[in-house]
Design a protein around this ligand. Structure first.
Ligand code: 7PM
Length: 279
């Protein structure tokens, strides 16, 4: 597996597990709604997360929360493009664009984004083509169903096998579109069409995925599975999120997408130190 990813002009070092910091530019994201719509505050928050050790900042203008209100193309562009421009000129770590829309992918990369994070794994119209032309790494995430209904009745024969099959199918679609294999990342998509049992099966067997020699990325912070296990509300799930990130990192996951940067960076440093021990 490659140790560094070229993200536009910037380098993402994956020789050890890294944090992808979440910056949601949305009204209704479940844990930080509306806070970063103001570009000045968004930039301050990005600077803070970079200082805390984030390796990449994931900027999203469309909430992918189950049942969230869809955002128009114009609105999404208006939210994310000025912020990508501001952050890429102020900070030298790579920026990822969290979108499923082809037009947003292209505009974001032109504005300075160096990675595409797509919860639809390039299944929306034009996305394969836009990602091929963008020449930046792309994270392909698994989701069963669509954000409006995916949590109604998630159903799998074997969740790990089904996600492996999905990865294979999307890798083949990406290859056919001319996207080089070694600029892809894979994500099992915690909470995206999964029950608590499915999420726990994925977390406990994240080392059992066929990763096709590509890095795995996971997002766990503040998610409802943590609340279901602990009883904690969204703002009280940090300890469980850190435990979950550690469990993932120890099994070889390379990128943890999180709202809680400083704590996660510490957990990943410890995980990596333990994983590097020779006896
Ligand atoms: C419920 C489900 C509430 C998901 C909030 C979310 C991921 C992502 C999101 C992820 C990748 C959140 C989200 N989650 N992209 N975007 N992987 N690649 O926690 O797990 O921000 S949205």
């Amino acid at each position: 597996m490659r140790k560094t990813f070229a993200c536009g002009g910037r380098v993402l070092d994956l020789s050890q597990p890294q944090v992808m910091a979440v910056l949601n530019i949305t009204e209704d994201s479940f844990s930080d709604g509306g806070q970063w719509l103001d570009p000045v505050r968004a930039l301050e928050h990005a600077l803070q997360m970079a200082a805390e050790g984030a390796a990449i900042i994931d900027i999203g203008g469309e909430s992918t929360r189950p049942g969230a209100i869809p955002v128009s193309l114009e609105e999404e562009l208006d939210r994310v493009i000025p912020i990508i421009e501001a952050i890429s000129s102020a900070i030298d770590i790579p920026i990822s664009i969290d979108t499923s829309k082809a037009e947003v992918m292209s505009a974001a990369v032109a504005a300075g984004a160096g990675m595409i994070n797509d919860v639809w794994a390039l299944r929306q119209p034009g996305a394969l083509k836009a990602a091929a032309a963008a020449k930046v790494p792309v994270c392909l995430m698994h989701m069963q169903g669509d954000p409006g209904s995916m949590q109604k009745n998630p159903d799998y024969e074997n969740v790990v096998d089904e996600i492996n099959g999905f990865f294979k199918q999307r890798l083949s679609a990406a290859a056919s579109a001319g996207i080089e294999h070694d600029r892809l990342l894979l994500d099992p998509g915690f909470g995206f069409g999964k029950t608590l049992e499915h999420n726990l099966q994925i977390l406990s067997h994240v080392d059992a995925f066929d990763h096709f020699d590509l890095p795995l990325l996971v997002g766990l912070s503040r998610k409802s599975m943590l609340g279901q296990i602990t009883g904690a509300g969204v703002d009280g799930r940090l300890p469980a999120g850190i435990a979950a990130a550690t469990i993932a990192a120890i099994q070889g996951v390379k990128i943890i997408r999180t709202h809680d940067v400083a704590a996660s960076v510490q957990a990943l440093k410890l995980s990596y130190a333990v994983m590097s021990v020779d006896l």
